[in-house]
Design a protein. Structure first.
Ligand code: NDP
Length: 268
């Protein structure tokens, strides 16, 4: 049976095995997908050993996405620009690297009927998750994307790297009350119960997305809802959609994501 794994540290929380096993069942693919904890200094040798065992591919999660990129023999453009890899495919002893996070986000936004073409997008955060979604968002032809980050220099570095006139860097204080159609929280602030310091006027009548997901609405989404956001959407759909894109790369078949997402929501 074809072997796949997700590697991370920590990894206990990962829902990728449930998602991929559901996809496999649904599409009648013979594969085995497990999660594996990797000690911080053993990433490279763990991946090489797994590949040499005859495995077909792997997902990589925090904190190894940058290290995974360095291991690859070939990279897609979106992985290269993201500076991080979450999907490895092993072919004839070579490692092909891709990043499906951005595609996952875009697909989830489209599933929620959020129009991206000509839209004004505010992207909060300039870490790995933000980097990974910029190219797929640009591919949807938005009017503009403002990248706002606590450490402004990181947002500025991103702008330089992408070199696209639809992108602007900002600090949270620079945003004022400018109007956006969509605000995406790609900071990890919600994980510590915090909200990026932006004005309530920004979220009123605006669709708000948080890449973080959980049983309860994240602090950012709860705050946005109280302050008049139109739609509030968490990142569980992005997780399922990025997995579906990895599955498509490996198996060349598109799984149906809605039923898997429903199952995860029920288990929450
Ligand atoms: P990184 O550590 O690379 O980046 C963290 C970002 O959050 C930085 O921009 C940092 O700003 C900002 N930040 C952290 N704390 C605060 C705060 N209190 N106020 C404002 N900004 C803050 O993390 P990632 O980019 O990899 O991940 C970000 C989030 O996205 C995580 O919560 C992760 O779980 C989620 N994620 C979800 C996915 C999904 O499939 N749903 C996929 C990938 C990620 P600064 O630069 O100033 O430090």
């Amino acid at each position: 049976m074809d072997q796949y794994r997700v590697f991370g540290n920590p990894i206990k929380q990962s829902r990728s095995p449930i998602i991929h096993q559901s996809f496999a069942q649904q599409t009648q693919q013979q594969l085995n997908y497990q999660s594996e904890y990797v000690a911080l200094d053993l990433f490279e040798q763990t991946i090489i050993t797994f590949m040499q065992s005859g495995a077909k591919g792997a997902n990589i999660t925090a904190p190894f996405k940058e290290q995974a990129m360095a291991l690859c023999d070939q990279l897609t453009e979106r992985a290269q620009l993201a500076g991080a890899v979450n999907t490895l495919t092993f072919v004839d002893g070579e490692i092909l690297g891709d990043n499906t996070d951005g595609e996952g986000l875009v697909q989830d936004l489209l599933n929620h009927k959020i129009l991206l073409k000509n839209s004004r997008i505010l992207l909060l955060g300039a870490g790995g998750a933000a980097k990974g979604v910029i190219l797929p968002l640009l591919a949807q032809a938005p009017q503009k994307i403002i990248i706002a980050n606590r450490t402004v220099s990181k947002a500025e570095q991103l702008i330089k790297k992408f070199n696209n006139n639809k992108l602007t860097a900002a600090g949270f204080d620079d945003l004022g009350e400018e109007k956006f159609d969509l605000i995406i929280n790609a900071t990890s602030a919600s994980l510590t119960g915090k909200i990026p310091p932006i004005s309530t006027a920004l979220v009123a009548n605006t669709d708000c997305y948080d890449m973080v997901y959980g049983k309860e609405l994240s602090p950012f989404l709860a705050w946005a809802k109280i302050n008049g956001a139109t739609k509030v959407i968490d990142g569980l759909g992005m997780l399922v959609e990025q997995a579906a894109e990895s599955f498509r790369i490996w198996r060349n078949v598109f799984p149906v994501t809605a039923q898997v997402l429903n199952r995860l929501r029920q288990e929450d």
